[in-house]
Write a protein of this length. Structure first.
Length: 222
C-alpha cells in the first residue's frame, strides 16, 4: 500500500515546473452530450393568445474534437489566461416513432478566460468562463397532421468549465476537463392542423452542451 501511494505521488508530480508565461496551442477529444429543450405554444388570433402545448427534449451525443490557442501568465501558484477555441462535434441523433425528430450540433467557436491554481509543483487545476457561438439543426416531421419544422440555426451561449492539467515537461501538459455551454433559446413558427384548421405554433428550442474532454497543450514559453 505504501509503495502504491508513493507511485501515485510520483506520477502526479515527478518534476517541478517553473512559472509559465506566453502562448500555447492544444488539441482535445472527448464525449459531448447535447440536450435540445423544446417548448411549443399555440398562437391563437382574435385576440392573439399564446397557449402552452408541448414541452419535451431530445439528445444528440457523440465524439467531439477541440482546437485551442491561448496565452497564460503564472504568478507564484496562480495562473491567469485567455484562450480561443473551435469545437467540432459529431452529435447527430434521429428518433423514430409516431413522429420523426432529428437533432444535430454541427460546430462551435468562442473564447474563455482562465483562472488556475497549482495544487502541486506540476499539476494545475483551473476554471473557465466565456462565450460560445454554435451551429445547430432540428427537424420535426409527422404523417399525422402535426407541425412540420426543419431548420438550422446559430445561437450564442455562456461557456463554463473546470479541469486539471498535468505537465510532463515544461512545454507539454495533459488535461482533463468538463465544459458546459448554455445557449440562448431560438424561436421558429410552424403549423399544425386541428379539425381541418391550420393553427400557428411557436417552437422555442434551447441547446445545452455537456462535454468531457481529454487533451494536450503545448506551451511555447517565450
Amino acid at each position: 500500500m505504501k509503495r502504491l501511494v508513493i507511485l501515485v505521488v510520483v506520477t502526479i508530480c515527478s518534476d517541478p515546473v517553473p512559472a509559465m508565461h506566453g502562448p500555447y496551442a492544444g488539441v482535445g477529444v472527448g464525449y459531448a452530450n447535447t440536450i435540445f429543450d423544446v417548448h411549443r405554444y399555440r398562437l391563437v388570433t382574435a385576440p392573439i393568445t399564446r397557449q402552452v402545448w408541448q414541452s419535451f427534449h431530445g439528445i444528440a451525443d457523440g465524439v467531439q474534437g477541440q482546437l485551442v490557442v491561448g496565452y497564460v501568465y503564472d504568478v507564484n501558484k496562480f495562473r491567469l489566461g485567455a484562450e480561443m477555441f473551435v469545437q467540432m462535434p459529431r452529435t447527430t441523433q434521429a428518433d423514430y416513432g409516431d413522429r420523426y425528430y432529428r437533432y444535430e450540433f454541427t460546430y462551435a467557436y468562442g473564447a474563455n478566460f482562465i483562472a488556475g491554481y497549482y495544487v502541486t509543483d506540476c499539476a494545475l487545476t483551473y476554471f473557465k468562463i466565456g462565450a460560445a457561438r454554435g451551429r445547430f439543426a432540428y427537424q420535426d416531421a409527422s404523417n399525422e397532421g402535426y407541425s412540420v419544422l426543419k431548420t438550422s440555426f446559430n445561437s450564442s451561449g455562456l461557456n463554463l468549465g473546470f479541469g486539471i492539467e498535468k505537465y510532463l515537461t515544461r512545454s507539454i501538459g495533459l488535461k482533463l476537463e468538463y465544459l458546459y455551454t448554455n445557449y440562448i433559446p431560438q424561436k421558429f413558427i410552424s403549423n399544425i392542423v386541428e379539425d381541418g384548421v391550420a393553427v400557428m405554433v411557436e417552437n422555442k428550442i434551447q441547446p445545452q452542451v455537456h462535454t468531457v474532454l481529454l487533451g494536450m497543450n503545448y506551451h511555447f514559453n517565450l
